[in-house]
Design a protein around this ligand. Structure first.
Ligand SMILES: Cc1cc2nc3c(=O)[nH]c(=O)nc-3n(C[C@H](O)[C@H](O)[C@H](O)COP(=O)(O)OP(=O)(O)OC[C@H]3O[C@@H](n4cnc5c(N)ncnc54)[C@H](O)[C@@H]3O)c2cc1C
Ligand code: SF4
Ligand code: SF4
Length: 1011
């Protein structure tokens, strides 16, 4: 497809003026604009440019300059909208990076002031000490911003109890299209109440260039606007009273019903709520807080048919729950197939139900919750579903179940096929008495159009998410989308429901306002829009005067979207498309933004540090998709801009596991590096890293010389200049006494032999890092396995051949063919053992797990799969043997605490449970796992002069502070070689591989007897 055109004179001038006036980032390059061209909908519109304001003054200046240049503006938070409201041909203002402070909390009044870029989970974390929370608990709480939530009038799972965004928004300090400022809050219906108090949230005036917005709600312009709005409310009260469906989930159009006085004051902030950035920019928001629930009880109701669940819903709602959420059979089955969710499903789902209703009670008194749970059981019995409730009274169980529900959409989106569940009618809400008929008729409608949908979400309020599976690259499926939309919305209207119940209107639903609310109501929406924004400069094309929802020129996959065939280095055959499936893997990113979460899990450490859309998995995946489809110009895939996009990716593989659609950026980065190699070659630093396993045996022999860099003043600075290794780091110390396996340990390694006989054999992968820098870890591994009765053979190539290596260092710089050569040697040595059922055990997660991950992608086929199937980390091996009864604990004794940090790859492969199980074999040992993201060292990343700062910042996210807090006597455990170095450099503590802790425990305890 045609690459974006060169910046036109207006955007050129706009960019120059913005750069002169703003403190924040001004991004007009193709890559940046591409990264802001999509949200979680199927649309893609390249913005004119992007501004990341640092202050209110930046926002004002950006708006003023854009207005003068006649360029529209588009506010953006997390960009997780599903309806296309966050994309447009405009100047995008990203509020999420810098304008994200909690400004003030009034615990007594249960209110707070925030900046629009603050993320909901972050806000609630900060509020925790007050016992309060902001209860509009959207599924995207880990990355949705309050500005975006207000923009969309977002709704949470517990809206039955707490209402939706409009019910919890007290005031907005807004910037209007003409540059004037106003506080939108409660006013008397003739503006006869005093305008909202001018109290400024604390801390505000310390911002650069801030100035007050004037007393009350604003200046003369704002007062005139308020008067006109209230007049509209009075004039149209009669019409408005009948214009909208009477369901709680109605977020479509402007909330003009808020302008009609209903006996009390009018809150003008409500009108901005759900206005999707089309009326004003929110600069500060005042929120209503609620006491955090003290107790909860969850009942999981099982139904043999989906209809039965829908019929039961309104009866269940009468019991006073805070949430009733439905999950259908497809979702249940998909969740069962996902490793992360399997255990939860097995624990809480009985048999093969067609649907589940998750029913939560959250009264302060737990006895009352349990009473209601019993009542739920009785009700289910009365409705013909005896024994249909699984009770979950404990918080941990509840959290596990809710995590499956919150991942509902993501679970669906994990489909690898070209057809994907598409959101356009996913948001309809109907009165509860029609829920069963409505869902049945919609299902029939899908079948008529040759597709299907999966149901989940807010049964309690009649708002069910359903996404028909369609391939929007095909004209036929686009026509089907339109036909389904028209028929579905007509159905919803017949049931007096709402077509826009949660995710907003955007490009996908605005067009249908006239069908749903009538022409007069839409004219009123237009009147409101024109009063605020007569020149149409605020996010045009949303809510009023929209384009057609099926205008393919606005789609992410436009009619001319093509990815030319390309050569790739790795196997991507699990996916469809060019580059042996690389295209399909890249296109898996649906922009849901989960990788923008700021806490929990590991993904994505680079974003957690920089907050830059460039440095998040989503930003990288979008850049790749645009590049391979030619939308970023020629050779974009190997360009400097692409390398910059990948630079801070530490290849932690967290996205491989935590991205709901499995986007594996670490692997994609290898493709970029490999493709770019021909153009840019390798730096000296790259070579020193890549070829380390080759020169390690010689370097170790010259250890004193090799270690001189850290001993002789000035050498580190010289090395920094020559090789790019930061002088602020000490390098790992070469060891003259490097690991050198004895003939016994080399014995039969790699040879054919008779079927396995006791004692059982274990092949040890002696990785380069432990072998040449920390041989103790390997010695201790051998000792542990020996004492447990295993015959250890070090995996070797035989004869005088150089030591084996997994190839990771080559992959880290894109030398794929060298890595493939190493992989071949390793497979050749491991295969005969694998054929005899001998496991390959390793210590260093990044090396051993290469056997399970990259090597099958380098050398696809049965051999690699066979070896991968038997490749285990030491702890996985020990835990497996213990589970099989071949090792019996205790295997040693350690009185005290072990503070455990998991290597990213251990976490990405779900191997941390095994570490806990292996350490549990030691008597007296108490394990505390550090909730940490990447340590930041990540191979050579932390040593780079240009990545050192980010590396340290990653460490400071959680790992290093936790280690510093650890009591002096606590043992720090870290299996990753680079993690141990980061801990040493950043916290001054020595960390040990688990093998060393086990060895010490064995020495301290009794010698074990083989079982
Ligand atoms: C997997 C998934 C699950 C979801 N679950 C839910 C759910 O449970 N409930 C729900 O309601 N939604 C849900 N959504 C939709 C979306 O996540 C929410 O609407 C969320 O609140 C949007 O927040 P955001 O920061 O990403 O906003 P954005 O998408 O960045 O912006 C949303 C709108 O607000 C406007 N806006 C942003 N900042 C400002 C500002 N400062 N001033 C004026 N306008 C502004 C934007 O222009 C845009 O129109 C889901 C989406 C996904 C992908
Ligand atoms: S990379 Fe994954 S988590 Fe991030 S937006 Fe894309 S699909 Fe979502
Ligand atoms: S591999 Fe790690 S750093 Fe790279 S994109 Fe994925 S989560 Fe982010």
């Amino acid at each position: 497809m045609a690459p974006a055109t060169k910046a036109d004179p207006v955007s050129h001038r706009l960019a120059a003026r913005l750069r002169r006036a703003l403190e924040g980032e001004v991004l007009f390059d193709r890559f940046s604009r591409g990264r802001y061209a999509t949200d979680a909908s199927h649309y893609q519109i390249e913005p004119v440019g992007v501004v990341v304001p640092r202050s209110g003054e930046d926002v004002r200046a950006a708006l003023a300059i854009a207005r003068e240049e006649g360029v529209p503006v588009l506010a953006r938070g997390g960009g997780t909208s599903q309806s296309g409201q966050t994309v447009g041909r405009a100047l995008v203002l990203d509020f999420s990076r810098h304008l994200n402070r909690l400004l003030e909390v009034d615990a007594e009044a249960r209110t707070c002031w925030v900046e629009p870029g603050i993320v909901l989970d972050e806000l609630n974390r900060r509020l925790r000490p007050t016992g309060l929370w902001f209860p509009v608990d959207v599924s995207t709480s880990s990355r949705a911003t309050l500005g975006g939530m207000a923009g969309n009038n977002s709704c949470g799972t517990r809206s039955l109890r707490y209402g939706i965004m409009r019910d919890n928004l007290l005031a907005i300090d807004a910037l209007l299209a003409d540059g004037s400022e106003a506080r939108f809050g409660e006013v008397g219906h003739n503006l006869d109440l005093p305008l909202p108090a001018p109290r400024r949230p604390s801390g505000e005036l310390q911002q650069r260039g801030e100035r007050g917005s004037g007393a009350g709600g604003g200046g003369e312009a704002a007062i005139a606007l308020f008067r006109d709005l209230l007049a509209l409310g009075r004039r149209e009260a009669e019409h408005i009273a009948h214009a909208f469906p009477e369901v709680s989930r109605r977020v479509g159009g402007y909330l003009i019903d808020a302008l009609v006085p209903a006996g009390g004051p009018v809150n003008l902030a409500t009108l901005l709520c759900g206005s999707e950035g089309t009326l004003a920019l929110s600069r500060r928001l005042q929120l209503k807080l609620a006491p955090a629930p003290k107790n909860k009880a969850l009942g999981i109701c099982h139904f043999a048919t989906f209809r039965a669940a829908m019929e039961a819903t309104r009866h269940i709602v009468a019991l006073g729950p805070v949430a009733v959420e439905v999950v259908d059979r497809t979702l249940i089955e998909l969740a069962r197939d996902i490793a992360m969710f399997r255990a939860v499903m097995d624990a809480f789902v009985r048999g093969r139900p067609d649907a589940l209703l998750l029913v939560e009670f959250a009264e302060d008194d737990q006895a009352e919750n349990l009473r209601r749970l019993r009542r739920l059981e009785e009700l289910m019995g009365d409705l013909g579903h005896p024994d249909g409730v699984v009770k979950v009274p404990d918080a941990a169980g509840q959290q596990a179940v809710w995590s499956v529900r919150a991942s509902g959409l993501n679970i669906m989106m994990s489909m690898k096929s070209e057809g994907k569940p598409v959101s356009f009618i996913e948001d309809c809400a109907v009165p509860l008495e029609h829920l069963a008929d409505y869902t049945e008729r919609l299902t029939a409608l899908f079948a008529r159009h040759g597709t299907r949908g999966t149901w989940y979400a807010h049964a309690s309020v009649g708002c069910l998410h359903v996404r028909p599976v369609l391939n929007l690259k095909l004209e036929h499926d686009v026509r089907t989308m339109r036909a389904i939309a028209e028929e579905a919305f007509a159905l919803v209207k017949a049931y007096k429901g709402s077509h826009s119940g949660e995710h907003g209107d955007g490009l996908v639903r605005s067009e249908f306002h006239e069908l749903m609310y009538g022409a007069r109501t839409v004219r009123l929406f237009e009147e409101v829009k024109d009063r605020f924004d007569p020149r149409g400069l605020m996010n045009p094309g949303k809510i009023v005067r929209p384009p057609r929802m099926d205008d393919r020129s606005l789609f992410r996959f436009k009619p001319d979207y093509r990815v030319p065939e390309m050569t790739t280095a790795l196997d991507w055959s699990a996916y469809p498309g060019a580059g042996r499936g690389f295209q399909g893997a890249v296109e898996m990113c649906n922009n849901n933004g989960e990788c923008r979460k700021l806490a929990g899990g590991v993904m994505c450490p680079s974003f957690r540090v920089t907050g830059n859309e460039r440095d998040v998995t989503r930003g990288r995946a979008n850049s790749l998709r645009l590049a391979i489809s030619g939308q970023l110009g020629p050779d974009a895939f190997t360009s400097d801009a692409m390398l910059e996009t990948m630079r801070l990716c530490v290849s932690c593989k967290a996205c491989r596991r935590e991205c709901p659609t499995g986007v594996d950026m670490a692997r994609m980065k290898i493709e970029v590096l490999a493709a770019a190699l021909a153009r840019r070659g390798l730096s000296l630093g790259d070579r020193l890293v890549a070829y380390l396993p080759r020169y390690a045996p010689y370097a170790a022999r010259l250890a004193p010389l090799m270690n001189a860099r850290d001993a002789i003043p000035g050498l580190a600075a010289l090395a920094e200049r020559l090789a790019g290794f930061s002088a602020r780091r000490r390098l790992p110390r070469w060891r003259r006494d490097a690991f050198s396996p004895s003939p016994r340990l080399l014995g039969e390694g790699g040879g054919e032999g008779p079927p396995q006989t006791p004692p059982p054999e274990v092949a040890l992968l002696a990785d380069t890092f432990n072998a040449y820098f920390e041989p103790e870890s390997l010695h201790d591994t051998v000792a542990v396995l020996d004492r447990l009765g295993f015959r250890v053979r070090v995996l070797a190539a035989g004869g005088t051949a150089r030591p084996l290596c997994c190839g990771r260092t080559f992959l880290s710089v894109g030398l794929v063919e060298e890595a493939r050569a190493e992989a071949r040697r390793l497979l050749a040595a491991a295969l005969p053992l694998a054929a005899r059922g001998v496991p390959v055990v390793g210590l260093e997660p990044s090396c051993l797990l290469t056997l399970r991950d990259e090597i099958p992608a380098l050398l696809p086929g049965a051999d690699a799969e066979k070896v991968a199937g038997g490749a285990l980390l030491l702890e996985e091996f020990l835990a497996g043997e213990a589970a099989a009864g071949r090792i019996r604990g205790p295997i040693g004794r350690h009185d005290g605490k072990v503070l455990l940090h998991g290597h990213c790859h251990q976490k990405a492969f779900g191997a941390m449970g095994a570490v806990g199980q292996a350490l549990a074999l030691v008597e007296g040992l108490e394990v505390e796992t550090i909730e940490s993201s990447c340590c930041g060292m990540a191979g050579a990343f932390g040593y780079g002069v240009d990545t050192y700062e980010v590396s340290m910042a990653m460490g400071e996210l959680s790992l290093l502070p936790a280690v510093r807090r650890a009591p002096a006597g606590a043992v720090i455990a870290a299996d990753g070689f680079s993690c141990r170095h980061q801990i040493r450099d950043g916290a001054g503590r020595e960390a040990l591989h688990v093998a060393r802790i086990l060895r010490r425990a064995m020495d301290a305890g009794e010698a074990p007897a083989p079982a």
